[in-house]
Write a protein that binds this ligand. Structure first.
Ligand code: NAD
Length: 469
């Protein structure tokens, strides 16, 4: 299979060995498709096309822009099965999760299609009419990671387009296929240049973030890359939204139903093989329930069916790529040194990047597996005894994306939750997100906000129209 890029309404890229990138199935380590190896000239063409398309798109009535975003949702829904198979083949996640990503994407788009970047009138009297308008920025660059290769681009495309901007998407190098296919499906109803996509070998991001005609960069990915993007956007004073890494704590009080809480925490930790920015990445379990919580989590992990996401019954797919697999291996090694592994580990003698879910106990703050974002199927459980101090302890990190507090006493849990320095804090649940709920990070987890009306505003700038009468 060979899938081209979409630039200025044309499918671009030649199928020749020197000009293509292999798309590897992480369950087999075999290349099963090719995409073009984009060059700087493709970035320049895509930005030029987006810039050219911008005035007409910005002038298109809001209802028409919303209708096009709604049509995107229809097309994704109509092709969900086929697209989900492609997604599983390149990303690894089990088919039900891939279908879930399609349904999520559809739902987000349908919500964005109802939004409007609203201005307001400050004064309208005999002397002046003063209006605050929300006008589009121009060309947006959307730089995306490999964990949700379809959902994350549409977190950018939907609001950018509704607000009147045009966009250039750069997928992650290991997961370009499904989004390219979707752009091809959109090409007969989205005006040329409004959406463009360029694939790369992890080398073209700077060409977008430096580009003088890109007005805004919306980035989702690691903290390290986020810092580079902010630095390189500075010379042209681009607007940036950075949705970065997380190391979400789940704080469990001693009064919980341990089995029920463990099941929910397990779900929040091992979705997409743990490769979720908002996954539970550290469990703080009170000493009175510590052994029971570790045991319940290990029981659930032992029941996991790890394998090819295309096979029916698989509950955890492979780690997405070789580099991440190497990182997860190092975490398993350090966890073995610092604590006690209750179950799971690297699957040997199998071609894919498979890891049986790991539960590690007797680890503490300061250990790599607790302090760093593991981004894989491995979960540390830390014992604590002082409920008064646990919020402060969990805050002792540069991350601040999400967190959860679990207790049968909601008021008590909410009091601790209020002390947590994170953009999304949940009580008795983890990862409840949606297009109507703002999503942001504290500290190194990000700058700006995505989703909801607040997220939409980030794709606009304020213009004051001040008319003397
Ligand atoms: P990454 O930072 O390695 O790569 C993300 C994207 O940035 C890729 O498209 C990559 O090619 C591009 N890139 C790399 N160097 C660049 C540069 N110098 N300039 C511009 N672009 C560059 O991240 P990843 O490994 O693909 O994704 C995993 C990370 O993403 C995790 O830390 C995870 O927590 C985070 N993430 C965050 C959210 C969120 O909403 N906060 C959502 C999903 C993933």
């Amino acid at each position: 299979m060979f899938q081209q890029m979409l630039i200025n309404g044309k499918l671009v890229g030649k199928r020749s060995p020197k000009k293509t990138i292999n798309v590897v199935n992480p369950s087999t380590q075999k290349a099963f498709a090719q995409v073009p190896k984009g060059k700087i000239k493709h970035i320049n063409k895509a930005v030029k096309a987006a810039n050219k398309a911008f005035p007409a798109w910005a002038a298109t009535p809001l209802e028409k822009r919303q209708a096009i975003v709604e049509k995107m949702a229809d097309v994704i829904s109509d092709n969900a099965d086929k697209l989900a198979r492609l997604l599983t083949s390149e990303q690894g996640k089990p088919m039900p999760e891939a279908m879930g990503e399609m349904a999520w994407t559809e739902g987000y788009l349908r919500h964005y299609a109802t939004l409007e970047a609203r201005g307001r009138t400050i004064q309208d009297d005999d002397d002046f009419k003063i209006e605050v308008r929300r006008v589009p920025l121009g060309v947006v660059a959307g730089i995306c990671p490999w964990n949700f290769p379809v959902l994350v681009p549409f977190w950018k495309i939907g609001p950018a387009l509704v607000a009147g901007n045009t966009i250039v998407i750069k997928p992650a190098p290991t997961t370009p296929l499904t989004i390219l296919k979707i752009f091809e499906l959109f090409n007969n109803f989205v005006p040329a240049g409004v959406i463009n996509v360029v694939t790369d070998e992890n080398d073209l991001g700077p060409a977008l973030t430096n580009h003088p005609d890109v007005a805004k960069v919306s980035f989702t990915g690691s903290c390290e890359t986020g810092k580079k993007i902010m630095a390189s956007s500075a010379s042209t004073l681009k607007r940036v939204t950075l949705e970065l890494g997380g190391n979400d704590p789940a704080i469990v009080l001693p009064d919980v139903d341990v089995a029920a809480t463990a099941a929910q925490i397990y779900g929040g930790a091992f979705l997409n093989a743990g490769q979720v920015c908002l996954a539970v990445k550290r469990v703080y379990a009170h000493k009175d329930i510590y052994d029971e919580m570790c045991g319940e989590l290990a029981t659930l992990a032992n029941e996991a069916i790890v394998g090819d996401g295309l096979q029916q019954g698989t509950t955890i797919g492979p780690v997405q790529n070789k580099a991440q697999f190497k990182k997860v291996k190092a975490f398993v090694k350090s966890a073995r040194k610092d604590g006690k592994i209750l179950c799971g580990g690297i699957v040997k003698n199998k071609a894919g990047y498979f890891v049986n879910p790991v539960i590690v106990r007797d680890v503490k703050d300061g250990d790599d597996i607790v302090d760093k974002e593991q981004f894989g199927p491995i979960l540390p459980v830390i014992k604590y005894s002082n409920i008064e101090k646990i919020g402060k302890q969990a805050n002792d990190t540069d991350f601040g994306l999400g967190a959860s507090v679990w207790s049968s006493d909601t008021a008590k849990a909410t009091k601790i939750a209020s002390q947590i320095e994170a953009g999304s804090v949940w009580v008795n649940q983890h990862i409840n997100i949606g297009p109507h709920i703002p999503m942001a990070g504290f500290k190194s987890s990000g700058i700006g906000v995505e989703q909801s009306e607040e997220g939409l505003e980030e794709y606009t700038q304020i213009q004051v129209m001040n008319i003397a009468k």
